[in-house]
Design a protein around this ligand. Structure first.
Ligand SMILES: Nc1c(NC[C@H](O)[C@H](O)[C@H](O)CO)[nH]c(=O)[nH]c1=O
Ligand SMILES: CC(=O)[C@@H](O)COP(=O)(O)O
Length: 160
């Protein structure tokens, strides 16, 4: 289902586990900061709405999406968190660099989910233009940060 057919901010709170006893890490890329800050706000608001405590949300910043893998790995190794949300915004430029950043970031986060027992949620927008990014970070298609927060709660309690 394409995003245009699914608002990213819609969730049924009654179907989401309470997050009051969970600790979350959020690693935020500083590239396209206007977008990533909106994604962070969406994620933070949803976590709090679902019962998480502010002191149980740990935020770290990294330079760009490529660094989300290392930042998330470092957080897994040094912080006791139940799930991590990796937030980035990659917007296509003139060269093929977009493809390499997107692929490396997706593969790196996938690899963390394989190697460690802490779910890392892929909250990285990979857009052709800034309007697509705005539409998915609090615009007409909702906020992918909200979607990622709900996924983080669900994955944190999986199998418990
Ligand atoms: N062009 C974008 C980047 N590029 C930077 C890389 O993510 C990385 O920080 C650099 O290559 C140094 O390792 N990053 C984004 O998050 N978004 C972009 O649009
Ligand atoms: C995703 C990128 O790295 C990209 O924004 C960089 O722009 P360019 O391909 O024009 O160098």
């Amino acid at each position: 289902m394409a995003t245009e057919n699914k608002n990213l901010s819609v969730y049924d709170k009654n179907k989401i586990p309470n997050a009051k006893d969970l600790r979350f890490g959020i690693v935020v890329s500083e590239w396209n900061g206007q977008i990533t800050e909106s994604l962070f706000q969406g994620a933070q608001e949803a976590l709090l709405d679902c019962g998480a405590s502010p002191e149980n949300i740990i935020r770290w910043n990294v330079p760009g999406s490529f660094e989300l893998t290392f930042g998330s790995k470092k957080m897994i190794k040094t912080q006791k968190v139940d799930a991590i949300i990796a937030i980035g915004s990659v917007i296509r430029g003139e060269t093929s660099h977009f493809d390499f950043v997107c692929s490396a970031t997706a593969q790196g986060i996938k690899d963390l989910n394989v190697a460690y027992d802490v779910p890392v949620i892929f909250c990285v927008l990979t857009d052709d233009n800034i309007q697509q990014s705005l539409d998915r970070s609090g615009g007409k298609h909702g906020n992918k940060g909200t979607e990622a927060a709900i996924a983080a709660i669900q994955m944190a309690v999986l199998g418990k």
